[in-house]
Write a protein that binds this ligand. Structure first.
Ligand SMILES: *Cc1c(COP(=O)(O)O)cnc(C)c1O
Length: 344
């Protein structure tokens, strides 16, 4: 049967109201890529769940198909979200698909170029806030309480419903849940969704390793971070909306939430790319966490099945790569010059 999107595939498992009217870009069904070379270093069966291959380049599309389907079904005409970038692009795309007006609030100057471009291309009205993501989120919560505008941030319960499907897909491919699931944690909607999904699907439960960036690690520190800082802009969040649920998922699963440095994140990004999987910095946090924990001896992956969730595509944030490398060599357009530079 041809694939018709994740609501269609998993409708029975999703708590969506009867009025929901499916708006889909055939999101989901992303590959679980085996990483045998990297896996050997940990002595485990390692897989990457490559969420960057969703229609707008991040896992946000899973929740957005559900949130927009519900909003459209109840007659909403305008949707709004606060975003570090990927939610904006996703909300804009699904709103465009549904013929809705979309408004996105982003922290001034802190959004990766590929995400901003996406939001604009899909026709969103983009507003920069002189403040953080957390400030932007407070504003959209307030405006959606006082006007008929629909909120599509992950505090919207239908976002969580849609995002659960990633854990269903992993179980469907592996026939059971993995031993460990490693993923980045920002506003904590995704870790909440995975955990809810695994519990509901009843194919076993993984231990969950949630990974924050050191400069934006409220769940590790135990208090909000006023001015979160990290190159991993998608997890540059100081006050996670679903922080409690993230801690619960870590605790219930006998896992944990840890922090890694930006250098560790960039290193993990390089390692993934060296095996053909280019992800944006935040998306490499899961692997960075796995590397940090195994190096310390506090996580033994040997003989285990481990899934690293790579949440967004590398093309979302190209400047993180191009800014740190020299421009490609320039040579005259002749064969000798080419042979000379290649040196074979
Ligand atoms: C949104 C996002 C995250 C963080 O997900 P939360 O649900 O906010 O924890 C991580 N990586 C990428 C690429 C994202 O877009």
């Amino acid at each position: 049967m041809t694939y018709q999107g994740l609501i269609h595939r998993y409708r029975l498992y999703l708590d969506l109201p009867a009025h929901a009217h499916t708006i889909s870009l055939l999101e989901g069904d992303t590959p679980l890529i085996p990483m045998p070379r990297l896996g050997r270093e940990f002595g485990c069966d390692l897989f990457v769940k490559f969420e960057g291959l969703n229609p707008t380049g991040s896992f946000k599309d899973r929740g957005m198909t559900a949130a927009i389907s519900e909003a459209v079904g109840r007659g909403a005409k305008t949707i709004i979200c606060a975003s570090t970038g990927n939610t904006a692009a996703s909300a804009a795309a699904y709103a465009a698909r549904a013929g809705l007006r979309s408004i996105v609030l982003i922290p001034e100057g802190k959004v990766a170029v590929g995400k901003l471009a996406g939001a604009i291309a899909y026709g969103a009205e983009v507003i920069q806030i002189q403040g953080s993501f957390d400030d932007a989120l407070s504003l959209v919560v307030e405006i959606t309480q006082k006007t008929p505008i629909a909120l599509v941030n992950s505090i919207n319960p239908y976002r969580i419903e849609g995002q659960k499907t990633a854990s269903f897909e992993i179980c469907d491919v592996l026939s059971s849940a993995p031993d460990w699931l490693c993923l980045p944690v920002g506003n904590a909607g995704n870790i909440t969704s995975y955990w809810a999904g695994f519990k509901q699907y009843q194919k076993g439960l993984p231990r969950v390793l949630g990974v924050q960036a050191e400069g934006a690690a409220p769940l590790v520190l135990g208090h909000p971070v006023e001015k979160p800082e990290t190159i991993a802009t998608a997890i540059r969040i100081g006050k996670p909306a679903r922080g409690e649920q993230a801690l619960e998922a870590a605790h219930e699963s006998d896992g944990r939430i840890i922090a890694v440095s930006d250098a560790q994140i960039l290193d993990a990004q390089c390692i993934l790319a060296s095996e053909g999987v280019w992800v944006e910095p935040a998306s490499a946090a899961g692997l960075a966490g796995l590397m940090a924990e195994t190096a310390k001896g506090s996580l033994d992956a040997k003989g285990k099945t481990v899934v690293v969730v790579c949440t967004g595509h590398g093309m979302k944030d190209p400047s993180i790569i191009t800014e740190s490398f020299q421009a490609p060599k320039v040579i005259p357009a002749n064969y000798e010059a080419l042979l000379d530079v290649i040196g074979e």
